[in-house]
Design a protein around this ligand. Structure first.
Ligand code: SF4
Ligand code: SF4
Length: 75
């Protein structure tokens, strides 16, 4: 598995409505025991649809922040 960053699902907040699984264009999310899970990690296109459509904002896409290397200033 690679180190791709995936949507994180806050199951405390999730109401189990199933919208994310229904709307995920690549079917990466599935409902398991009435709870959503990213079951096909490799299929997630990181499109943001689930985050956008979740009515209770239980899904967040964690963005990777890549900092530039420190410049070698000689001042
Ligand atoms: S859309 Fe949000 S509330 Fe509905 S199942 Fe997915 S994470 Fe839970
Ligand atoms: S980011 Fe897009 S592809 Fe990935 S789980 Fe959410 S809806 Fe599916």
């Amino acid at each position: 598995m690679d180190d791709k960053i995936l949507p994180t699902i806050d199951l405390e907040r999730c109401t189990g409505c199933g919208l994310c699984a229904e709307l995920c264009p690549t079917h990466a999310v599935e409902m398991i025991d009435a709870r959503p899970a990213v079951v096909r990690v490799q299929d997630c296109a990181y499109c943001g649809m689930c985050e956008e459509m979740c009515p209770v904002e239980a899904i967040g896409l964690v963005y990777e922040i890549v900092l530039p290397p420190p410049s070698e200033s000689s001042s």
